[in-house]
Design a protein around this ligand. Sequence first.
Ligand code: NAP
Length: 293
Amino acid sequence: MQAKILDGRAVAERIRGDISTSAQQFTDENGYAPGLGVVLVGDDPASAMYVRMKRRACEKVGFISEAQILPADVTQEQVEAAVRNYNDDPKIHGILVQLPMPDHIDEEAVLREISLSKDVDGIHPVNIGKLGMRGREPSFTPATPTGCMVLLEETGEPIEGKQAVVIGRSNIVGLPVALMLTNANATVTICHSRTQDLQGYLKNADIVVAAVGRPEFIKGEWLKEGAIVIDVGSNSVDDPSSKKGYRYVGDVEFESASQVASYITKVPGGVGPMTITMLLQNTLKAAQESIKA
Ligand code: NAP
């Protein structure tokens, strides 16, 4: 079987087009644009790059975006005050706290400061808690897991009743995507570094979400014929043949997996473009909700 590619770039572009139209309408009606506020601590180049990408994406769809960039030796109180600043700012509808924070900062305490109505990254402990509880609706769901769910919907295949295996249990990807799959009525197994017989679980999985952070770790021969594979991994590997000397690969060995899966995402061009798009979508929703309040 040759897998169909789930093209995250194309899906993201389509959704961003819709967001752009709605943002223009919002701005025309209210006299100001939807706004995203980012809190960044320290000078980690990867975090700074993600913040720049988010700013550019905001500008492209007609949002305003602001960032408070704080030095690495900032105090806990200063970081929390930066979040509260945005909570109180009526032009900022969504707040993103760029993680990870330096070790001396209590991340959870910072996240707890985010107003639930502005938690567009869906990372506030209350929103994550609601995601895991029956009959509760979080205000927002986290960007990367939501992107995975949208790509799954793109296949047109039902999720309900399927066996899903999520590899990885991080707070930002593995755990929330497992909760979202459960809420979509899949039967979910979460695998992690202590899982015995990962391949045994994968053999029965109709849906596989890989969020491990190990290049090309999951092989095609471990998968069930016809599985839908969402590869969240984004790993840089040496590649002397490329201009930069490196390239990005996923957690799944694409060459072998695409011979077995029915649908598969590529890296780059799969989940990655969906992440910022889902953040934009949540920010638009927050702006729209704010005028109803
Ligand atoms: P993380 O916090 O490092 O979590 C990795 C998870 O993989 C952990 O739960 C770990 O288990 C599990 N794991 C490690 N080795 C394993 C093994 N041999 N077998 C089974 N499970 C194993 O990583 P993350 O933040 O979730 O990110 C995962 C990947 O997604 C990374 O490549 C990251 O760059 C990428 N990512 C991409 C996006 C995007 O927008 N495309 C967004 C976020 C992350 P334990 O819990 O037991 O340690």
